[in-house]
Design a protein around this ligand. Sequence first.
Ligand code: PMP
Length: 316
Amino acid sequence: GSCKKAGLLLWRKLMPIVPYDQREGFIWLNGQLVPWGDARVHVLTHGLHYASAVFEGMRAYDGQIFKLTEHNQRLHESAKILDFEIPYSVAELDKAAREVLRANKLADAYVRPIAWRGSEQMGVAAQATKINLAVAAWDWGSYFDPAARTKGLRLKIAHYRRPDPRTAPAKSKAAGLYMICTIEKHRAEREGYADALMLDWRGQIAESTGANIFFVKDGVLHTPLPDCFLDGITRRTVIGLAKQRGLKVIERAILPEEMADFSECFITGTAAEVTPVSEIGPYRFAIGDITRNLMDDYSALVHRAKAGTAKIAAVG
Ligand code: PMP
């Protein structure tokens, strides 16, 4: 029974998956599709040593990449914030992502563009480095255990906090900003939680390690103002969907103690989609109608984006 199930889950977790550098297919690298195994970097690469790298994560549904252009625009912005310019236009990046999907015969997939500084210069200064760009895609089902959609996620409150925007380039989807996320995700998983809730430098609620957060109180949605973390594309989409349902959405500073008065909670992100949260530290949440409706609306929207009703996708 449950013992067998627990064993299966453990096996899944420990079973070696095919390493990401040893898969089959094609990756778009600096202007062309190359065989998967040929998309390599040298150990003396600025991006590796100094985290001069920015990336994106998008999902394709039924062969159509949701919010493709918005993601590639954000990639451009992220690079600018890190003081480099991506040598391909947003339109070229859109085209590259579609080519990668086609070459790998993927319809439902996660798409990962990444831009990084190369090997032409080592040291903090990097003006002479070439900017590299790769786009890969792979099959990536549910980001969390699919049971979370019905049971909700358990989150642990993180030790590290999202930095003050004067301390880090908070608006950039920069590789370096994920350092504390990995530490906190590991700490949470070690203790049996699915993820961590990060507060910000002021002690206000910020986000999880890879998704934005929403709460429900008396039929109204409350979500933190994204002033020191990513204003997620999914976050903005869900705010639009909520408003279409006539729901009120309040973006404001939220203190952790307020969680005692919230009835529902969910997180939003490209990988996480809309996933309910059942527990954060000592606080408990129900998976209520608002969460369920928004999960359904989001799912319908990302799949409908294909059917030529792209206007609906313009919400938020
Ligand atoms: N915050 C963090 C730290 C993330 O990694 C992500 C995923 N990109 C998000 C929020 C949500 O962003 P989006 O909805 O644009 O995927």
